[in-house]
Design a protein around this ligand. Structure first.
Ligand SMILES: Nc1ncnc2c1ncn2[C@@H]1O[C@H](COP(=O)(O)OP(=O)(O)OP(=O)(O)O)[C@@H](O)[C@H]1O
Length: 611
């Protein structure tokens, strides 16, 4: 019941262009690899660390490595940079043309080592006990610190500027795997740092790609990115773009975003200036490909964020078109990274089409929610939902937590419902705004800005805001209408309790949500949450039998280990012997406990650890 939710809120931790082809103004192009674009002309040529060079070579993608985007716009993009140089380390790309805006807003002293830095508000201890599973052939070992990974000095400097002291578990495992050139399917809890886990290896790889320099074809007005990052929503693409730009600051690696609902001309101009990493939503990318303004033939890295969403029925045809029917190099000739907090088994199966000899990584259980989030479920009749929400918000106000320090995200099922609830909240004295698919892009962006700033500390949203958005100070997520799918619930509540901070999620449950009862109750149990007796009774009656979590109910599990999966006549792909028995079945949750039932029985190519 809602009695103590406000206490929980109180407890929420405070704080909780480079183009690779360059052109002089006269139009002659001279290739300048990204890692040199930012350096004084006199600087020594970089020496590739053995580990990296070996890894890249081992990847056997030399035919495709490097090259990159080509600039043909009037401003020449990286083209003009050869003369003027990428030599203004503190100031940006090139004087007089395009100045790289400092995304950190100031010129921080970044000369500290990682050890000396303070990272306020991040509770890394929260991640210490997370179970990690990897499977696949020859899995590269995890690292403990960023310093253990040779990402390149400029990128390291940006990591320090971001105040990332040490890698999160998914980063510790995923970055070395990607740096070694391996394909990856990675599943890690919401808010655990997946964006950096795929951005760092891409930026680092492009920075060093000069060893295999290959020029893109001379095609006027066509952009040739080396990396493509696809995400399902415009807002998420913008967020990834902002993050990637921070990480790539002064590395010479140029990041461009393309998404629907915004004028295409500006995006075309950005692309013409050159692009190394293109962050895009699928629809707008298809448009750009059909207009022949982007070619994927130089792609070395493909990352799908929220990969399970990208491959579900809604997006799959577009993704197949982009990845399989245009000019992108096939699996094995590019590196593919799939990331999500949830990975239903059938989607894993589909995703395998896009990967080559990949490593499966699960940090925490597939589709589980983090126990940093206090989850409450309250029985609320449909007709009482508004007044119940009002009670919650009043309690929150009375508790003195308001404004930017305590943002509340309210999920509803329909766009109409979002409009109507927003209106009702406003007329009842609660400053609210709304985001959903029927709003213009301008309205959507304005709503997010207003919410983030605390001007309207309540955001009513449909599932368009369920995935990926990293909004500081979201203290409370309310599932006013529960989703039909437990994975959607996981993503929604994951908008709070991020990066080691705690958060609160309240769900309004009634008969209409019966089909979710069992999955919800199991998820809550697994995250050490109190399950109300009435919900357990609903769960016991529930006919929900959907088992999308790849094997054991909430098991972190690579679908390739299913005995039903076979390839080349081998019933158990990894030859893990009795693996399937240990792993499968409904008692997964028990095996997975602190008793250590997780280890021991793995066959070759499978490792497991409690980090
Ligand atoms: N090593 C780190 N140290 C400190 N903070 C970090 C680190 N890595 C990432 N973060 C921060 O953690 C937050 C969450 O990261 P991110 O948005 O990448 O999570 P995610 O796993 O992609 O979540 P979701 O599943 O919701 O998409 C961000 O604010 C990010 O800046």
């Amino acid at each position: 019941m809602p009695t103590s939710w406000a206490d929980s809120v109180e407890n929420v931790a405070a704080g909780g262009v480079g183009t690779t082809s360059t052109q002089s103004r006269g139009g002659r192009s001279t290739y300048v690899p990204p890692h040199l674009r930012n350096r004084p002309p006199s600087s020594d040529p970089p020496t590739a660390p053995l580990s990296y060079a070996t890894a890249a070579l081992g990847n056997d993608r030399s035919g495709l490595l490097a090259g990159g985007s080509r600039s043909s716009g009037p401003r020449g993009g990286g083209g003009g940079r050869i003369g003027g140089g990428w030599n203004n380390r503190s100031g940006g790309w090139d004087r007089g043309r395009e100045r790289e805006v400092n995304p950190f807003g100031d010129e921080d002293d970044t000369e500290q080592t990682f050890d000396e830095q303070e990272n306020t508000g991040i509770n890394f201890d929260a991640y210490e006990d997370i179970p990690v599973e990897t499977s696949g052939e020859n899995v590269p070992p995890a690292v403990n610190t960023f310093a253990d990974i040779d990402l390149g000095e400029e990128l390291n400097q940006n990591i320090r500027r971001c105040k990332y002291v040490k890698p999160t578990p998914v980063q510790r495992h995923a970055i070395p795997i990607s740096i070694a050139g391996r394909d990856l399917m990675a599943c890690a809890q919401t808010g655990s740092g997946k964006t950096a886990a795929f951005c760092f290896p891409i930026i680092s790889g492009i920075m060093r790609g000069n060893h295999f320099a290959q020029r893109p074809p001379r095609m006027p007005r066509m952009a040739f990115p080396q990396a493509l990052i696809l995400s399902p929503t415009r807002e998420l693409s913008c967020q990834i773009h902002d993050e990637a730009k921070k990480f790539a600051y002064q590395t010479g690696v140029r990041v461009v975003v393309a998404y629907g609902g915004a004028p295409i001309n500006q995006q075309l101009r950005d692309l013409e200036r050159g692009v190394d990493i293109l962050v895009a939503t699928p629809g707008r990318l298809v448009d750009l490909l059909e207009r022949a303004r982007v070619s994927l033939q130089m792609i070395r890295y493909l990352a799908l964020d929220e990969a399970d969403r990208m491959l579900d029925m809604g997006f799959e045809p577009q993704i197949r078109k982009i990845v399989q029917q245009m000019d992108m190099p096939p699996p094995g000739m590019r590196q593919t990274m799939l990331f999500s907090a949830t990975f239903p088994k059938e989607i894993q199966r589909l995703a395998a089409d896009f990967l080559s000899g990949y490593i499966f990584l699960a940090v925490g259980r597939v589709g589980s929610s983090t126990d940093l989030i206090v989850q409450r479920v309250e029985y609320v009749h449909e007709s009482d939902k508004r007044s119940h929400l009002m009670d919650l918000l009043h309690a929150q106000k009375a508790n003195g937590v308001h404004g930017k320090q305590s943002l509340t995200l309210v999920f509803v099922e329909t766009k109409k419902g979002a409009d109507s609830l927003e209106h009702w909240l406003c007329i009842n004295g609660f400053p609210a705004t709304a985001i959903h698919g029927d709003r213009t892009q301008q309205e959507r962006e304005q709503a997010l800005r207003s919410f983030k700033s605390g001007m309207t500390p309540i955001l009513v949203a449909t599932d368009v805001a369920a995935r990926g958005l990293d909004i500081p100070h979201v203290a409370h997520v309310v599932n006013f209408d529960l989703p039909n799918d437990i994975d959607d619930y996981v993503h929604r509540i994951g908008r709070t309790g991020r990066a080691g901070k705690s958060g609160l999620a309240t769900a309004f449950f009634n008969e209409n949500n019966s089909s979710l009862a069992r999955a919800l109750s199991e998820l809550m149990q697994e995250a050490n949450q109190e399950v109300p007796a009435w919900l357990s009774r609903f769960a016991a009656r529930s006919t929900y039998t959907k088992n999308r979590r790849g094997g054991g109910r909430f098991g972190a599990r690579d679908f390739r280990r299913d005995s039903s999966f076979s390839r080349g006549g081998t019933a158990d792909y990894y030859g893990g012997g009795n693996m399937g028995n240990n792993y499968g079945g409904g008692n997964m949750g028990n095996n997975y406990g602190a008793s250590g039932g997780y280890g021991g029985a793995y066959g070759p190519g499978v490792t497991s650890a409690w980090d």
